[in-house]
Design a protein. Sequence first.
Length: 465
Amino acid sequence: MPIATVNPATGETLKTFDPLGPEDVERMLATAYDTSRAYRTTSFQERARLLGRAADLLEQDAPDIGRTITTEMGKPVAQARAEAAKCAKAMRWYAAHAEELLADEHPSDADVKDSGAFAARVVFRPLGVVLAVMPWNFPLWQVVRFAAPALMAGNVGLLKHASNVPQTALYLEDLFRRAGFPEGCFQTLLIGSDAIESVLRDPRVAAATLTGSEPAGRSVASIAGDEVKKTVLELGGSDPFVVMDSADIVKAAKTAVTARVQNTGQSCIAAKRFVVHTDVYDAFAERFTSAMRELTVGDPMDEDTDVGPLSGEQGRADLEELVADAVSRGAQVLCGGGRPDGAGAGWFYEPTVLAGVTPEMRVHREETFGPVATLYRVANLDEAVAVANDTPFGLSSNVWTRDEQDIERFVRDLEAGGVYVNGMTASHPAFPFGGVKRSGYGRELAGHGIREFCNITTVWRGAQD
């Protein structure tokens, strides 16, 4: 895939970039490693000052970088600005909380004594250079939710961003440089996917994090495993949105639309499978479908646009294949189901609702990365849990019910990294984020995330006498 800015709304290639050569990559690796040896000794106060400055700059830049994001990957521009604001918030959160999250831990006096120690503690030390392989769908947020905790922990970052968002990738490097971080603390590698392996195998790289497709995750995990290097993977998702008979149907249906089509439906944590109790199925389906049908599809630079283009031509083709397969096997199209009238050369697809989905359909097992929702009718809580878990993915989940016993059952039995009750899944710096099954492993954000790339070190001291 060429490294280029291609406007998804028009299909026009606006700017291309030459990938870095081996000498450039070597220079950046050397700089990152050398910087890591010094940066790890800086204080939390100094790191917080720098990260706070980066947050200030990002807020100032939000209108411009928002337009860049929209141009590169098609996100409605209002959502692009909101993404920048969310990143600034996360930076400030880690600047304020990192020292507390990485404070030394002290075992109980009884355990220290039982171990034969005079004193003991657990400290969190940075690993060093961390490679981040990041996707295009949230081109700022996916990076910042790695970079903010990593930099506050004393690590340095190398970013291999998706090849269709090169200007956003270069902006991030420039942002941290303008904020005053030492040269080499955060660098963007404009390289193709075929160059990732050599970087990951380099002994100066200590660990890697990847957000992306399952094949990409398997590749990085395999290479890192061969090198015995730490990885965190956040891969695909096919999150259930379960609506029980006691739910607030009006609120659930309204939230369901946002949960499905935010970022034009191109989100791992988007609700994709809507599992609805039979007693409220018809009412929910009617409200949900009507609202999906009324969404405005169009120019992502227009402030009134709800759904922009998909990021690429192949993404739309993949979505079309899944819908066609479902329809050929008996699924009913309640709305959408194709390209909107007047789409032109842009990669647009209508907000779509499919009913009557069965396990034989590809859409039941595969992730729909676009504005396509699938509806399931279930008879009871047991069936709701079974359908919700009938997926190879396990990123997050949404549950709508007023019944406390239902809630406890879903929390106990849903196979996912998150259970969001009476609301939609959204990442927040204070809460750990990640999945199970083929959605990956490890956690981002919160204290769990900042500790992923730390050397958790036991310090044991015997008596001096």
